[in-house]
Design a protein around this ligand. Sequence first.
Ligand code: ATP
Length: 452
Amino acid sequence: KSRERNVSALFHDQLPRPVLALLEDAGRLGDELGVPVYAVGGFVRDLLLKSPTLDLDLVVEGDGQAFARAFAARHQGRVREHSKFKTAVVVLPHFTINANQPPREQKVDVATARLEYYEYPAALPTVELSSIKMDLYRRDFTINALAVELNPASFGRLVDFFGSQRDIKDRVIRVLHSLSFVEDPTRMLRAVRFSQRYDFRIGKQTLRLIKNALQLNLLDRLSGHRIFNELKLILNEEEFLQDLEMMQDLGILKAIHPKLEMTPHRKALLEELDKILTWYGLLYQSPTPRRWLLCLLAMAATWKEEELLALTVRLGLSKKEERELVTLRRSVHKAMDLLKRWCAGDKSLSELYGIMHQTPLEGALLLMAKFDDDCIKKHLSLYLTTLRGIQLQMSGEHLMDMGLPPGPIYTRILDSIRAAKLDGRASTLAAELALAEILVRQYWDAQQQPGS
Ligand code: ATP
């Protein structure tokens, strides 16, 4: 039986007014349609942990898709329906959270809880459960199996059938039943992720079930794509290194792929990469480097390309992702050789720019992590923070004014002027233009050479 508690005070304290109003309105719509509506999952968990998120997940005991359509219509939103799963996403394109920020897109996930859609695991006795209880029972961990009722008469009533509040208080990750990892082995990775994110321990019985699942090689049966999705979520966590270490200790990494082990060398490289990502994240909010690319390449630093490709097959990477990974790896190798040579030469900034500007952002960050050499590290950081953003003051229009016919020569001349600027030989607009005049004249001279 669920223990009664009302969390509407938490809603009022922690949620921005417009989000609260949206939830209240969802409850009113529930009444109008005659269906109970609940906020569920991570949203409720994070509310109780006092770090509210704005990822809204609703469950309707009734027709969730009809609810979503009506909800979208009331809030000038769009709705995307997934009939197979009886779910829908309502998208409110211009949602204002507070007056100081521009409107942003707000998504509300809506699911249908209906008894008849559930398949009971064969080994469990068939018992009658209310549909919200069944919906919560199918979730991964007790901390994610809370619901809050939104209908006006009981707005804020917390629905806790499985001791979720106690587990949040005791800071423990527990599955809801002993077949949980058999039902879905990706939950092993999710357990690690939540455990590290919230600094919760994994319960004793749950840990035992993870070890059993690994002994039964349950991950082998899972599609690579699903593992890769969870892996991406892990790598996007702030503390991804601790996640990887915990996966190593539990034996999850090598169960995903025998070569995915945290050797001391890989660990050192990932630690360096972590520092560099933090440094970069403090300087630039976007674009965010794709961590899965970086971490896979760091793990595979000493592998042959075929070995990396075998891993991409196991993880079910898309063709596009595979191409990005292989291309990045090649461009990092090429840049590494060139940088070593650059370092032995006169270290001109234009040459450094020439080596690096073809390398994607992730490549530059990985190179910073790989080189022990302080001089190269410093110059790569100069490249990322300054050189790559240097703009010429003049433009192609100036060349047009000089009577130069449009063509590839424009890029060549502008590149030469940029190189001069990087090396401190054209710091003002006048200097750029003077250099442009010389280059344009050389172009005409070359045109007049016989045989050119
Ligand atoms: P995050 O803060 O990382 O987004 P979340 O709890 O919102 O965490 P989602 O992956 O968005 O995580 O999932 C939403 C909810 O769906 C979860 O809270 C959980 O109840 C349920 N869920 C997600 N994945 C699974 C799974 N593999 N097995 C069972 N339930 C799951």
